[in-house]
Design a protein around this ligand. Structure first.
Ligand code: FPP
Length: 239
């Protein structure tokens, strides 16, 4: 759709600033992640109430494995804890949980917790919450290319028929529309390998708030700003 829009269909959030939030309070980084998980809860219900149809949360990137082992372990345990305690709440918000990324590389316990929560919420139809876990935009394109080459080898795909729509059909969640709005917290304005293809025409909102302090009011500010944007998708500004 071109022109001014109201509620974005697909919002992606790069949740940044947990470590700084903790540091400013003299707490270990883990405390920032724990507070960040609490924010995830609140933002999902706020997004559902705002009428957002798809919410993607960048929770663990393919690059995050480079963090200290203890922090990485903590993050996966936190995910398991979150899913164990809040799946019921997700269901109540009408949220269907989904996950994308190289999920087969996640710790077994995280894979199982995800499977359980996804099954529990699979009939929810208010909002799709897409957790991006061990996700990288480049990795997604590489994984799509691998499947595509495999299909071509098996005679299922003629390379001459390859176009953008066909390539996109090999992505992790091809039914999910491109991003309308990307929010990044903590004042950083990088995309950091988040949805490289699907964010091609997304509006970018940089919030100076650290992720644990992000709230409904800040989400509303981002949405209000989005509503003022003139989206042209490479076309001309209307006279
Ligand atoms: C970035 O902040 C945050 C992460 C890499 C992890 C995101 C995790 C959560 C928000 C909590 C758990 C999520 C779920 C879905 C339960 P940072 O650590 O890079 O912060 P810094 O830049 O201030 O150091």
């Amino acid at each position: 759709m071109s022109g001014k829009t109201s509620v974005p269909v697909h919002v992606g959030i790069i949740m940044d600033g947990n470590g700084r939030w903790a540091q400013r309070r003299g707490l270990p980084r883990q405390a920032g992640h724990k507070a960040g998980a609490e924010t995830v809860r609140k933002v999902i219900s706020a997004a559902a109430e705002e009428g957002i149809r798809y919410l993607s949360l960048f929770a663990f990137s393919t690059e995050n494995w480079a963090r200290p082992e203890e922090e990485v372990r903590y993050l996966w345990n936190l995910l398991c804890w979150y899913l164990e305690h809040f799946t019921k709440e997700l269901k109540k918000s009408g949220a269907k949980l989904r996950a994308i990324g190289r999920l087969e590389e996640l710790p077994q316990a995280a894979q199982e917790a995800l499977k359980h929560s996804m099954e529990e919420t699979r009939d929810c139809s208010g909002i799709d919450v897409i957790l991006c876990l061990n996700y990288g935009g480049r990795a997604e394109i590489v994984d799509a290319a691998r499947k595509l080459v495999e299909d071509s080898r098996r005679g299922l795909l003629d390379p001459r028929e390859l176009d953008e729509a066909r390539l996109r059909s090999y992505f992790y969640a091809p039914d999910v529309p491109d991003l309308d709005l990307v929010i990044r917290t903590s004042g950083e304005s990088r995309l950091s390998n988040f949805y490289l293809w699907q964010a091609a025409y997304a509006e970018l909102w940089v919030s100076n708030v650290l992720w644990p302090d992000f709230d409904r009011a800040e989400l509303s500010r981002a949405l209000a700003w989005f509503g003022t944007r003139e989206r042209r998708f490479g076309g001309l500004k209307p006279c």
